[in-house]
Ligand binder design. Structure first.
Ligand code: 2BA
Length: 109
């Protein structure tokens, strides 16, 4: 068994959730925040059999698109000076950032 952890953009999360459930994947959707942009994104946890991992990845690719996003300068006051950018920059936010990890044990009590 594998656990797929996929960080996607909020705009894509509705379609992706529909598509995964239509294909009988069991999914948990979490509201998350990107460490760099400090804005909301969505993380899916998908526990599935090894042979279905490729299908899940295919659905994630189909439903998630990368987009350009402008990052406004943010004052380091009260924040983390390490991430301070003094001018607006454009970043390409990926369609999805995906981790596939082995599941040692799976219980449902
Ligand atoms: P954020 O951390 O908000 O990052 C959004 C986008 O900003 C990233 O898109 C990347 O294009 C850019 N970015 C991130 N850190 C940067 C830096 N130090 N310098 C310049 N640009 C930077 P993606 O790479 O597609 O990542 C989208 C979201 O996926 C991230 O949102 C984060 O929530 C998650 N993510 C990406 N890589 C991760 C990792 N290795 N571990 C955990 N979460 C990750």
């Amino acid at each position: 068994m594998k656990l797929i952890i996929a960080v996607v953009q909020d705009q894509d999360s509705h379609h992706l959730l529909n598509s995964l459930t239509e294909h009988n994947f069991r999914v948990t959707k979490l509201a998350t925040t990107g460490g760099f942009l400090r804005s909301g994104n969505t993380t899916f946890m998908i526990g599935t059999e090894d042979i279905r991992v490729e299908k899940a990845l295919e659905l994630i690719k189909q439903n998630c698109e990368s987009r350009e996003q402008m990052v406004a300068p943010v004052s380091p006051m009260g924040g983390n000076a390490d991430s301070y950018v003094p001018y607006p920059i454009e970043v390409e936010v990926g369609g999805a950032t995906v981790f596939v990890v082995p599941v040692e044990k799976f219980h449902q009590f």
